[in-house]
Write a protein that binds this ligand. Structure first.
Ligand code: ADP
Ligand code: MG
Length: 424
């Protein structure tokens, strides 16, 4: 895994959560959904009240519209969210502080500003690349006359790490498996080459790995992966993400079934629907994979919707097997990524691979919490099980006892609001 860390995009963020009070908001732009939420923090560390959460699919036309259309839509959604509030949610005359959780690669210039490096996950608004994302949102909020301040621009993994850390200070890694995939972890500042010369007050920093873009010739790439990549809007990019994330697993399965239907007659007459990219979504893959009816009725129903009907039970079983192979590979690669991080920070029982890390500090295995969130992990039980099983396999039973994988529903958004609170 060593080449892994040569490829990562390092993004330092001083990381310290203090005890805060007040009401804070988060807007999260994911790959499939956007979420808006309001949290209230009491003075005590344990008091965190998530008061309102809204979750909506991102209208698909926005993904290749213009920055004006996208941000106007987000500002409009925030306006409606705030309108629902009764009196007392925010003190009169006090600006509402907002975290913008943004799950695309950004080059930060401060906690509340950063420019878009590139789009991923099917978004294509080219004029936004190189522009300050937080500023775009602030301008749209001002235009609508909303009394809201974009106080932090937060990567979703960093948000999830913040919530994990808030609940449990042993949390040092956060991973998202949703439409896309990414990870971040807490690193010693002196082990980050890119941060040399930066003035930091804290001994550790969060590294946003942007691991979706990891690539290695050792990855088990098939012709299906190669074709999927070539036909995507971001070819030659995000190779790891395209093997493990929710946006793509369904399409890998579709490509395998399509080839089987073209090269044999087991699916009967060929269906033109099956040739349609992304028509088979990953939630349908999990529904087929986890179909426990003896006749695999759910598989039959989903295949029928894809224009393939009257498929014999034997072939339906084969389709389940394809779902299994694709998801098992994804789960195991995901686990290898997590194990790679644990190895880097000396939490895999080996003592770490960072030069200069003192042996005495790393030899003793410490409790290590990995915060995980995202729709794929939360909803696809078999993906989760394969990932966790492989993590134990790689780390070994003994070290695994110290590694806790914790699900963090909405962790990225709630944690981003916490970061705003701690930056006030
Ligand atoms: P976002 O990526 O927009 O932040 P989520 O983290 O909720 O949103 O992830 C949504 C993605 O999770 C979906 O696009 C899909 O790929 C995956 N997903 C959601 N539900 C399921 C499911 N039941 N089975 C498998 N994958 C799912
Ligand atoms: Mg997300």
């Amino acid at each position: 895994m060593s080449s892994f860390f040569v490829l990562v995009a390092l993004k330092g963020l001083a990381f310290e959560l203090k005890t805060e009070k007040g009401t804070y908001y988060a807007l999260h732009l994911g790959g499939t959904y956007f979420r808006i939420l309001r949290v209230h923090l009491g003075g005590e560390r344990s008091y965190l009240d998530v008061q309102d959460v809204e979750r909506h699919p991102i209208p698909s036309h926005l993904m290749n519209s213009t920055s004006e259309v996208l941000f106007n839509f987000l500002a409009f959604s925030l306006e409606r969210f705030i309108e629902k509030e009764g009196d007392g949610s925010s003190s009169q005359g006090v600006k509402r502080e907002l975290a913008f959780t943004f799950s695309f690669p950004v080059k930060h210039s401060s906690i509340s500003s950063g420019v878009l490096i590139k789009w991923t996950k099917g978004f294509e608004i080219s004029e936004m690349v190189g522009r300050d994302i937080a500023e775009c949102l602030q301008v749209a909020l001002n235009t609508r006359g909303l009394d809201m301040h974009v106080a932090a621009l937060v990567n979703d993994t960093v948000g999830a790490l913040s919530l994990g850390y808030y609940h449990d200070p042993d949390t040092v890694v956060a991973v998202v498996f949703g439409t896309g995939s990414n990870a971040c972890y807490l690193e010693r500042t002196d082990a980050i080459i890119k941060s040399q010369g930066l003035l930091t007050t804290s001994g550790s920093m969060v590294v946003n790995m942007e691991w979706g873009n990891f690539w290695s010739s050792h990855l088990p790439r098939t012709s299906y992966d190669i074709d999927l990549d070539a036909e995507s809007s971001n070819s030659n990019d995000m190779g790891f993400e395209k093997m493990i994330a929710g946006m793509y697993l369904g399409d890998i399965v579709r490509r395998v079934i399509l080839r089987m239907s073209q090269e044999s007659d087991i699916f009967g007459p060929s269906s033109s629907l099956l040739s349609e990219p992304y028509v088979l979504r990953t939630n349908l893959v999990s529904a087929m994979h986890e179909d426990d009816t003896p006749e695999l009725q759910e598989v039959a129903r989903i295949l029928k919707d894809l224009g393939v009907s009257e498929v014999p039970l034997k072939v339906r079983k084969l389709v389940v097997k394809v779902c299994d192979v694709v998801t098992r590979r994804a789960g195991r690669l995901a686990a290898a990524g997590i194990a790679g991080i644990l190895k880097k920070i000396g939490r895999d029982g080996s003592g770490g691979i960072t030069s200069g890390r003192s042996r005495s500090e790393t030899q003793m295995q410490r409790r290590t919490v990995v915060a995980v969130e995202g729709g794929l992990y939360m909803n696809y039980t078999m993906f989760r099980e394969y990932m966790e099983e492989a993590l134990v396999e790689i780390l070994g039973e003994e070290v695994s006892q110290y590694v806790v994988v914790k699900a963090m529903e909405d962790g990225s958004s709630i944690g981003s609001a916490l970061l705003v609170a701690s930056s006030q």
